[in-house]
Write a new protein. Structure first.
Length: 366
């Protein structure tokens, strides 16, 4: 607990930090001396789908590391998952906190990306007569309000028109006339080379487990036995420091070849020249704004192959932001092709008879 904070004081506001909001700071929540931070590991969230064990370890361990840093600055109410509290819901943990701190009047949090969780938090606040404030998330460059403006300006949403607008608004990879460098907005067609025989693929950065990692790996293996994944294959970073190290490793070792071989596949190699930074963006250990700053700085200093830069920028400020906007603005229950049949076991076992697909499925099973 940071200096100046008293655990038994009267709190008026709860700052709720979900597992995808592990940002470098929480200034957007405007914490003051009457703010109590809240984080909770939750079995219900872990089993909303039959998530891969690695994903569960990644989130739970990263949350614990983030909590360690957070409680150095602010008072924090943190609920750890164990075999004794598997049936206690997220809402019940929040309710217990409200019973403990009965003067709380308001809950503030970031954009909640999962629609089902957004609904649950809103209903909880309504039931407990809490004012709810939701602030823009640093996990995305484009606010939800800004994306709605894009939809108002375009009859039909297309990634191409959105990406072009993003580049112009952010001033990325433009010449003095505001036109794209190299004369094209997208170099996607040039980034489809096959892997040459004998090409050297850099190893992924070495990762040393934290104490939280070691504990959570065993916890997940015990509590979620029927989930896919093998614990001894876990290799993901669970701290911001380690995630930033992976950013630098990607830029120095794989970035220049990312573009040309962006769509290449290999039966043995899993990641090739990809950054493998999506998990860290999606949980807030790094933000897209700081990643773009680092990429553009590296491009200016190192003169990295331009197709790699454009291809990477397109993924981060284009596709990622675009798909988030589509998710939040269109119905979740549409089934355009009216597909109703369940997929056969071969789609989960990697025995479809389609080699690239089977290779991918088998890799994911690890």
């Amino acid at each position: 607990m940071g200096p100046g904070f008293i655990w038994d004081m009267v709190y008026r506001k709860i700052a709720l930090v979900l597992g995808h909001c592990l940002f470098p700071d929480h200034e957007r929540l405007q914490p003051d001396e009457r703010t109590l931070f809240f984080m909770a590991e939750d079995a219900g969230l872990c089993t909303h789908y039959r998530y891969h064990k690695h994903k569960l370890v990644l989130f739970l361990s990263a949350m614990r590391s983030h909590a360690d840093e957070l409680k150095e600055k602010y008072p924090l109410e943190y609920f750890r998952l164990n075999s004794q509290n598997m049936e206690v819901s997220y809402e019940e943990k929040l309710a217990r906190t409200l019973e403990k701190y009965s003067e709380v009047e308001k809950l503030v949090t970031y954009d909640i990306e999962d629609a089902f969780m957004d609904k649950r938090i809103r209903e909880f606040c309504h039931a407990h007569k809490l004012e709810l404030e939701i602030v823009d998330s640093p996990a995305f460059i484009t606010s939800r309000k800004r994306f709605k403006k894009y939809l108002d300006e375009h009859k039909t949403p297309f990634m191409q028109t959105f990406y072009k607008a993003q580049r112009k608004e952010m001033g990325i990879l433009l010449n003095s006339a505001g036109e794209p460098l190299n004369g094209k907005w997208s170099l996607d067609e040039e980034n489809r080379k096959k892997l040459p025989k004998g090409i050297s693929i850099p190893d992924q950065p070495y990762y040393s487990f934290t104490d939280h990692d070691k504990e959570v790996i065993e916890l997940v293996d015990q509590l979620f036995k029927d989930h896919p994944g093998k614990k001894h294959h876990f290799h993901w970073s669970t701290t911001r420091r380690s995630a930033l190290y992976r950013v630098n490793s990607f830029l120095k070792e794989r970035f220049k070849d990312f573009g040309p071989y962006e769509d290449a596949i290999d039966a043995e190699e899993t990641f090739l020249f990809h950054s493998v930074l999506s998990p860290y963006l999606n949980m807030g250990l790094i933000t897209p704004a700081e990643l773009m700053d680092r990429v553009m700085e590296f491009y200016r200093d190192e003169e990295t192959h331009y197709p790699s830069v454009e291809g990477f920028v397109r993924q981060v400020i284009g596709w990622r932001e675009f798909m988030r906007g589509i998710y939040h603005n269109f119905d979740l229950d549409k089934n355009y092709f009216h597909h109703e049949r369940k997929m056969k076991d071969c789609w989960y076992e990697g025995t479809t008879g389609i080699p690239p697909l089977d290779d991918s499925i088998r890799k994911a099973q690890k």
